[in-house]
Design a binder for this molecule. Structure first.
Ligand SMILES: [Zn+2]
Length: 331
């Protein structure tokens, strides 16, 4: 049994060993890209230690009240905190509230649990406040932090956690899992597995919100149009995108979609046997690969990644987008 997860076998094996040997760590840090399943795994850990009728050591039943409340993230001994918005800031007051509830004895569970999502968004004050808890953790408390990358966190935090790096499932495994666990039709499961690159959480998010899939199509259509557009149209597009109120969030979503398309172009141009991500855009990808070749695809990827990087460093969005528009290849 793999905790009803698709992929993540090494992580589950390790965690079960900790539970079986009574060697549970006070704090875990789960890392990996967005949508890979960090939160789900965190909830599984809490279920595994707090299940009321486990099938064995570290084998939650998923049926008891405790398992179900944890699944719904509404258990009296479970606190989950995160920055209010994506790319926002996790505040010191949220850590203080968490510390208060962790200092009480468990209400009904074996362990009180604190799950701190997207901890890279913690303010310096919040990170330092948490450090106190990590240095002197209360008894019968388990903390689980998640972050995209441990390098984004204070080294003093990381060194006090057992770090578990999560990797995407293989495309095949993800596609099969989506069919078996979620009853998704084979063709759609394949597409979702490819688009998500084996990040099952992201695949499910797309599945459950058709508008996100639609948005992806719109962005890919935009890119397709931009490639044959002149400078004026490209600049108008940049200006429209960067004047959006949530432009940073939008760009952080749109640029990876474009990068994934150019990676496909690169793969096809290089004649690689690796499957493309954007299965439904195969014709476009082949056309661009034929026209622009490996070098063109590489330039586009570099330009897009540079823009993403600049945005993460709060560089003027409009300016960096305009530069991107000049750098994107012309078909
Ligand atoms: Zn249970």
């Amino acid at each position: 049994m793999n905790w009803n997860l698709i992929g993540h076998e090494p992580a589950v094996r390790l965690l079960k060993e900790h539970i079986k040997q009574g060697n549970l760590r006070q704090a875990y840090l789960l890392t990996g890209p967005q949508g890979i399943g960090k939160r789900t795994l965190a909830l599984r850990i809490v279920q595994a230690v707090n299940c009321q009728q486990p099938a064995g050591d570290g084998e939650p039943c998923y049926q008891c009240r405790s398992c179900q409340q944890i699944e719904r993230m509404q258990h009296p001994d479970l606190s989950i905190i995160q920055a209010e918005q994506v790319a926002g800031s996790l505040k010191v007051d949220q850590i203080r509230d968490l510390q208060r509830s962790l200092s009480l004895a468990p209400y009904e569970a074996n362990y009180r649990a604190g799950i701190l999502l997207r901890f890279e968004e913690a303010s310096a004050g919040a990170a330092n406040a948490l450090l106190k808890t990590l240095e002197e953790p209360p008894a019968r408390v388990i903390l689980i932090l998640t972050a995209e990358n441990s390098e984004l966190l204070l080294p003093t935090i990381v060194s006090r956690c057992e770090v578990i790096r999560l990797r995407p499932a293989s495309i095949e495994q993800a596609a099969q899992g989506l069919q078996q666990h979620w009853g998704i039709a084979p063709e759609q499961a394949q597409l979702l597995a490819h688009i998500s690159g084996g990040r099952v959480g992201y695949a499910l998010q797309l599945y459950q919100s058709p508008e996100q899939m639609e948005q992806r199509q719109i962005w890919l259509d935009d890119l397709h149009r931009l490639l044959t557009a002149g400078r004026v149209e490209r600049f108008a597009y940049a200006s429209r995108l960067s004047s959006d109120k949530n432009y940073k969030e939008t760009l952080q979503a749109v640029l990876p979609v474009w990068i994934s398309l150019w990676r496909d172009v690169l793969l096809v141009a290089a004649g690689a046997s690796t499957p493309v991500t954007n299965l439904d855009r195969r014709d476009e990808i082949e056309a661009a690969a034929g026209r622009l070749g490996i070098e063109g695809a590489r330039c586009a990827i570099q330009a897009l990644e540079r823009t993403l990087h600049l945005l993460s460093r709060n560089v003027n969005a409009r300016l960096s987008l305009e530069v991107l528009m000049l750098d994107l290849p012309v078909l």
